[in-house]
Design a binder for this molecule. Structure first.
Ligand SMILES: *[C@@H]1O[C@H](CO)[C@@H](O)[C@H](O)[C@H]1NC(C)=O
Ligand SMILES: *[C@@H]1O[C@H](CO)[C@@H](O)[C@H](O)[C@H]1NC(C)=O
Ligand SMILES: *[C@@H]1O[C@H](CO)[C@@H](O)[C@H](O)[C@H]1NC(C)=O
Ligand SMILES: *[C@@H]1O[C@H](CO)[C@@H](O)[C@H](O)[C@H]1NC(C)=O
Length: 480
C-alpha cells in the first residue's frame, strides 16, 4: 500500500513537472570566440525541451536557424543602438523592418523585442538614462506601423537594482530614488501597451558582492532563517526579490503588470562560490520551485523565466568578475556541465549534449619540461596569453585552482593556443612552449580542445572527400 502511495505521489510529481512548467526559456548569448553552429544550438534547445529563447541582438545566422523552429523568440536591441533609435523614428522603423518584420515573414516566431540590456545598471553611470525610454517608444511606434504590435511586445530587461527596499522587506519595495519617475513612466507605457516588465534576478551576485550574505538564502531548500514580512515568510532570495518588484509596481498603481524573469542562473567557475555543485543546486532548486506553479506570495501562479545561460561565452567582459564567462548550463562545446532536470520534454533524462560537434585535433600546448620556473621570460608570456585568451578558470577555488605553477603556465599557453585554432605559431612563446598529444586535464580542470567554427566547417571538406571531389570533377570535365 505504501508503495502504491509512493508511486502515485511520484507520478503526480512527474505530471506536475511536465504540466505546470509551460515552457522554460534559455538565454542564448554569442559573445564567444568559437560559437557552435546556430543549427546545432537550435537542435540542442529542442532536444532539451526549451520552448523559448532570449537573444541579445538579431544576428542573421541565429535568426535564420530559428525559422520555422516553433521557438518563441525575444530579440534584443543592444545598448549601443539606444541613442540612434531614441533620436530617429526612421532608424527604429528600419530596425523593426530588418530585424523583426523580415524574420516574422520568414517564420521566426518573434514575440518580444528587448530594448537595451540592463541599461539602468548603476555601473553604467547613467549613460542610457536619457535614451532608453524614447527608444522603447520609437520601437513600439514602429511595431504598430508594421502591423505587428499585437503579436510582438516591447520590454526592457532590467537588473534588479532598479528597485530596492530600505528595510529588506519586500513590502517596503519601491523604484530606486534616482530613477523613480522614469521607471513609473516606463511601467505605465508597458501597461498601456499590454507589455511585460522584464527583470534579471541574481542571488549569486548578492553572495559575490556581500560576504555577509546568508548562503542558504540564495538557494531554495528552505534552510535559511526566514525574512518575515507581515503575513508572508521568505526563505529564498528569489521570492523576496521578485515580490519587492511586485510591491514597487503595486505602490505605483501597476500591481497587475505581467513580469518576466529575463535571466536567472548560477555560474560554475571563476569564483569560490561559482562551481557546479552550487549551480546545479540553484538551477534545480529554481526549476523545482517554479514547477509547482505556486509562484511567490505576492504573485501566485506560473512564473515565466529564461535561464541564464545556455552556453559559456569566452569573450564576455570580466569587469563584473571572472565568473562572467561561466554562466552556461553547457560548456562552449555543448556538453552538459551537470545533471539538471528541466521537467520538460525529454529532459527528465537529464541534459542532452549538442550533436555532431566538430573538434580540432587532440593536441595541446604546454610549458616545455626543461624550462626553469625562474626563467625571466615567463611572466610576460603568461600575461600575454591570459590577456588574449581566457584564464578565468585559474585562481582561488576555481576549476583549475589546484594546478601547480607549471600546470598554471601550461593552462594559459594552451588556452591561447586553442583560441587561436591550434595554430603552431600560437604555441611558441619565445620557445618556452611545445605541443603535446597527452591531455593535461586533471580532476575538475579541463584543457578543452577547441571546436571548428561554422564558416570553416561548412566549406572545409575532409582530405579524403576533397580527393574524391577532385576526382569526380576530373571525370566530369573529361567526359564533356
Ligand atoms: C524525445 O525522445 C524520443 C525518443 O528518443 C524522440 O523520438 C523525440 O524526438 C524526442 N523529442 C525531442 C523533443 O527531442
Ligand atoms: C539589425 O540587428 C543587427 C544585429 O543586432 C544590427 O547589426 C543591425 O544594425 C540591425 N539593423 C538595422 C537596420 O538597424
Ligand atoms: C563609471 O564611473 C566610474 C568612476 O568614475 C568609472 O571608473 C567607470 O569606468 C564608469 N563606467 C562607465 C560605463 O562609464
Ligand atoms: C596560478 O595562476 C593564478 C592566476 O594567475 C594565480 O592566482 C595562482 O596563484 C597561480 N598558482 C600557482 C601555484 O602558481
Amino acid at each position: 500500500m505504501e508503495k502504491v502511495k509512493a508511486m502515485i505521489l511520484l507520478l503526480s510529481c512527474i505530471s506536475l513537472l511536465s504540466v505546470r512548467v509551460n515552457g522554460i526559456g534559455a538565454n542564448w548569448g554569442t559573445q564567444t570566440s568559437h560559437p557552435l553552429p546556430p543549427d546545432t544550438v537550435v537542435q540542442m534547445l529542442k532536444e532539451n525541451g526549451f520552448s523559448k529563447v532570449k537573444l541579445f541582438d538579431a544576428e542573421d545566422g541565429t535568426m535564420n536557424a530559428l525559422k520555422k523552429s516553433g521557438f518563441e523568440v525575444m530579440v534584443g536591441l543592444p545598448n549601443d543602438m539606444l541613442r540612434t533609435l531614441a533620436t530617429s523614428v526612421k532608424a527604429a522603423e528600419n530596425w523593426v523592418s530588418k530585424n523583426v518584420s523580415a524574420y516574422v515573414n520568414d517564420g521566426v516566431n518573434i514575440r518580444y523585442v528587448a530594448v537595451g540590456n540592463e541599461p539602468f545598471l548603476e555601473t553604467y553611470n547613467g549613460s542610457f538614462l536619457q535614451t532608453t525610454f524614447p527608444a522603447l517608444q520609437n520601437v513600439q511606434g514602429a511595431l504598430i506601423k508594421a502591423g505587428l504590435s499585437n503579436q510582438v511586445k516591447v520590454t526592457i530587461p532590467l537588473n534588479a537594482d532598479v528597485y530596492q527596499s530600505s528595510t529588506g522587506k519586500p513590502s517596503d519595495g519601491d523604484f530606486r530614488t534616482d530613477i523613480h519617475d522614469l521607471m513609473v513612466a516606463i511601467v505605465k507605457f508597458l501597461s498601456d501597451n499590454s507589455a511585460a516588465f522584464t527583470v534579471n534576478i541574481y542571488p549569486f551576485i548578492s553572495l559575490y558582492s556581500d560576504s555577509n550574505f546568508p548562503v542558504e538564502y540564495a538557494f531554495f531548500d528552505g534552510n535559511a532563517s526566514p525574512v518575515v514580512d507581515g503575513s508572508n515568510t521568505y526563505t529564498n532570495m528569489f521570492d523576496a526579490n521578485l515580490d519587492t518588484l511586485i510591491w514597487a509596481l503595486k505602490k505605483n498603481g501597476y500591481g497587475n503588470l505581467p513580469v518576466i524573469v529575463g535571466e536567472i542562473g548560477w555560474p560554475t567557475d571563476g569564483d569560490m562560490n561559482a562551481n557546479t555543485q552550487y549551480a546545479q543546486r540553484f538551477n534545480q532548486g529554481f526549476m523545482t520551485h517554479i514547477s509547482t506553479g505556486r509562484g511567490t506570495p505576492m504573485r501566485p501562479g506560473p512564473i515565466d523565466a529564461y535561464l541564464f545561460s545556455l552556453i559559456d561565452e569566452d569573450e564576455k567582459s570580466i569587469q563584473p568578475g571572472n565568473f562572467e564567462r561561466h554562466w552556461g548550463i553547457f560548456t562552449y562545446d555543448g556538453l552538459p556541465k551537470y545533471q539538471l532536470n528541466l521537467g520538460i520534454g525529454n529532459s527528465s533524462r537529464g541534459l542532452v549534449k549538442a550533436r555532431g560537434v566538430q573538434y580540432l585535433d587532440k593536441k595541446w600546448c604546454v610549458l616545455r619540461p626543461n624550462i626553469a620556473l625562474s626563467d625571466s621570460r615567463l611572466a610576460d608570456t603568461i600575461s600575454y596569453a591570459c590577456s588574449n585568451a581566457d584564464c578565468t578558470s585559474l585562481g582561488y577555488k576555481t576549476s583549475c585552482g589546484n594546478l601547480d605553477t607549471r600546470g598554471n603556465i601550461s593552462y594559459a599557453f594552451d588556452n591561447y593556443f586553442q583560441k587561436n585554432d591550434q595554430d603552431d605559431v600560437a604555441c611558441d612563446f619565445s620557445g618556452l612552449a611545445t605541443t603535446t598529444n597527452m591531455d593535461p586535464s586533471t580532476g575538475t580542470c579541463r584543457f578543452g580542445i577547441m571546436i571548428v567554427v561554422d564558416d570553416a566547417s561548412s566549406f572545409k571538406l575532409p582530405q579524403f572527400g576533397l580527393l574524391v571531389f577532385i576526382f569526380v570533377l576530373h571525370l566530369l570535365l573529361t567526359a564533356l
